[in-house]
Design a protein around this ligand. Structure first.
Ligand SMILES: Cc1cc2nc3c(=O)[nH]c(=O)nc-3n(C[C@H](O)[C@H](O)[C@H](O)COP(=O)(O)OP(=O)(O)OC[C@H]3O[C@@H](n4cnc5c(N)ncnc54)[C@H](O)[C@@H]3O)c2cc1C
Length: 375
């Protein structure tokens, strides 16, 4: 049966927009349906790090994926900016994880050395830097007395996440993709002769294939096509200062100065369900830690505090899975959609377009959680 679209991508957030863009680049006819402004949208409230440094500890496959994604980022950013006509403020000069005592420094060194040992075939991409070297790396920063050193990841960087999202959606449309906002998908029906009918209320659209990339909304949609992925929210709170003169030339985990001059301070990891409240407790903890690193921040005015929900799998690694019950349906979810955008728009979209994502990415199938339950 000939369908109007090759793919319907459900959810045009950080993940859906990247994959949709990649599929449209591959010449596929793609419809992307996005939900409401009131949905939980991690794409619109995240920290903007493009980060491999320490990711996938105890999970070499996720570590390998993160490293490959950050290595692809410079090419991806160049391509995206040329195809969308929108600058995304991507910078890759390396990134820091500050250590606020000698013990923290030694623990971090041990952790990073185990992390490197997981992938002996790759040259180390991080090293420990002492306070002296840190001062040379950050000439505009006056470091607090507690700063002992840091781990430095040479591949890491940061981007303006709002511009990234807008650019991926714009490039998707320029490649002929159709993007419809405020179209909450209420049902996905596998058709007898192949393909799927995707319902927005009573309105149906058909496609050969469907990709579920609806963030926290995927938990409801996945089971409609045999893809029951266990995900849960994890709250992250952030603070933002007024615009300041350049003081932090490199992004750090939990501290970065944006291209506009504001300093982002974060980020909490809280298991509080679907609660989006911000708390003064968290603000105090984050501000205290930030001012131990950069005491001058104490003089800066805070302009905003917000919270947003991460989309977490039980082991924190992504899920890429095809439905064995309803071939043609796929699901993708991850908690580092900014970092993995280059992979989602690149290798993942190409694999999906060629029809073979499950073989390629078997290790990321959610059936790994069933194995853990049995063990
Ligand atoms: C505080 C915080 C900081 C973070 N920092 C970083 C970082 O520094 N680096 C990094 O790599 N990642 C970071 N992340 C994670 C990153 O933001 C997410 O991994 C990413 O946004 C997930 O993308 P997504 O498309 O799965 O979900 P979202 O971006 O949340 O998008 C989901 C979309 O699906 C739509 N939707 C939902 N239900 C339906 C439906 N039924 N029909 C149609 N559409 C639907 C929604 O409207 C939404 O647009 C952070 C997250 C948080 C919360």
């Amino acid at each position: 049966m000939s369908q109007e679209f090759d793919f319907i991508v459900v959810g045009a957030g950080m993940v859906g927009a990247a994959v949709g863009y990649g599929l449209a680049r591959e010449g596929r006819r793609v419809l992307m349906l996005d939900g409401e402004d009131t949905d939980f949208r991690a794409a619109k409230a995240n920290f903007g790090l493009v980060w491999a440094h320490g990711k996938g500890h105890g999970q070499p496959h996720y570590q390998r994926l993160s490293i490959a994604a950050v290595k692809d980022w410079p090419k991806f950013a160049f391509q995206l900016e040329s195809e969308s006509g929108m600058p995304v403020a991507y910078e890759q000069k390396g990134g820091l994880h500050f250590c606020l005592s000698e013990k923290e420094f030694n623990d971090r060194a041990a952790r990073m050395s185990t992390w490197h040992a997981q992938l002996p075939e790759l040259p180390p991409s991080t090293r420990m830097v002492d306070r002296g070297e840190l001062e040379r790396l950050l000439p505009t920063a006056r470091l607090g007395n507690d700063v002992f050193g840091a781990s430095f990841g040479s591949l890491d960087g940061h981007v303006n996440p709002l511009r990234l999202l807008a650019a991926m959606q714009a490039a998707f449309c320029r490649h002929g993709g159709a993007l419809r906002a405020r179209q909450t998908v209420t049902a996905i029906k596998p058709l007898k002769d192949g393909g799927f009918e995707v319902m927005v209320g009573s309105h149906a659209t058909r496609a050969e294939r469907v990709l579920i990339s609806a963030g926290l909304g995927s938990a409801v949609l996945g089971p409609m096509v045999g893809l029951e992925v266990p995900i849960k929210p994890q709250r992250g709170q952030l603070l933002v200062t007024e615009r300041l003169a350049p003081l932090l030339p490199l992004p750090a985990s939990g501290l970065r100065q944006t291209s506009e001059g504001t300093v982002m301070i974060g980020v909490t990891q809280e298991d509080v369900g679907f609660d989006l409240q911000t708390t003064s407790d968290a603000a105090v903890r984050m501000a205290r830690k930030a001012t131990r690193i950069l005491p001058d921040l104490a003089k800066a005015r805070l302009v905003r505090q917000w919270s947003c929900l991460r989309i977490m799998t039980p082991d924190g690694a992504p899920v890429y899975a095809s439905s064995s019950e309803y071939p043609g349906a796929d699901i993708v979810t991850c908690h580092s959609g900014v970092t993995l955008a280059s992979f989602h728009a690149g290798a993942y979209a190409r694999a999906l377009a060629s029809g073979s994502p499950s073989n390629t990415f078997d290790i990321f199938h959610h059936d790994r959680f069933d194995v853990q339950k049995v063990a």
